[in-house]
Design a protein around this ligand. Structure first.
Ligand code: ZN
Length: 247
């Protein structure tokens, strides 16, 4: 009994010291007004409050005025070093994220959140999309050199460890005319079909919406019946939706 207990406490002590060591991996104080950093341990985007670990990729947001009162949000990218933010082109920030992606899968043997295979290139390199929020999206290129093995093979093997509760794409008729299509950027009119790509933002499920017509190249007609919400459509709606994919 005693030795068993000691065993457990030794293990937890060991775990604690590993975690402390991670905390020692130095954090630095930065003070941008509005910025997020990518947490390498959770692959979540976190708002910069004060301290950020060195080596983190950072997204700095700013509001730019276009005309009159209208503004849009601009993002710039960088990495944190011992002195503060080093500005980088998005491509270079994405290269750092690709390395952190590999660290994550080697460490946890599972897919980081908000990531999926976008494309397997002819060279065998794998293009990963990392979409931590509705507004932020990165393209990570994982090469054989970086991974030390064939990326498509080892990443596909990882899929098995992916959480089984992956939400489905969804179809519905728009309840208002407020959403915009992520492909063509036009408004999706009230009452029209919209197809949603699921993602999680700060732990809650959300969707990126598309016009069905803007997905005809990427979604097969056979897949429509598997969409969440398809069964809730009236039969004439099902026909109307399918017709869009047969044109
Ligand atoms: Zn569209």
């Amino acid at each position: 009994m005693m030795s068993g207990n000691r065993g457990i406490s030794e293990t937890s002590q060991k775990r604690e010291s590993v975690e402390n060591k991670k905390d020692d991996a130095r954090w630095i104080e930065i003070t941008p007004e509005w910025a997020y950093w990518v947490d390498r341990e959770s692959f979540n985007l976190k708002r910069v409050k004060k301290l950020v670990p060195i080596g983190s990729v950072i997204i700095v947001k700013s509001r730019e005025k276009i005309e009159d009162e209208r503004t849009y949000v601009d993002s710039s990218f960088g990495v944190i070093n011992g002195k503060g933010i080093v500005n980088l082109p998005k491509k270079e920030a994405s290269e750092i994220l690709a390395r952190q992606f590999i660290e994550y899968i080697k460490w946890k043997n599972q897919w980081p959140p908000f990531t999926s295979i976008k494309k397997i290139q002819k060279s065998g390199d794998v293009e990963i999309s990392f979409d931590p929020t509705e507004y932020d999206s990165f393209r990570l290129i994982v090469t054989r050199q970086m991974l030390g093995s064939d990326p498509s093979e080892s990443l596909n093997r990882l899929k098995k460890y992916q959480s089984p509760q992956v939400p489905l794409w969804k179809v519905e008729t728009a309840k208002s005319g407020k959403s915009r299509c992520r492909s063509c950027n036009d408004v999706i009119l009230e009452g029209r079909f919209r197809i949603g790509e699921p993602y999680f933002y700060e732990g809650s499920l959300s969707y990126k919406w598309y016009h069905p017509r803007c997905l005809t190249a990427s979604l097969d007609i056979e897949e429509l019946e598997n969409l969440d919400g398809y069964k809730l459509l009236r039969s004439e709606e099902k026909l109307r939706l399918k017709r869009i994919f047969t044109i």
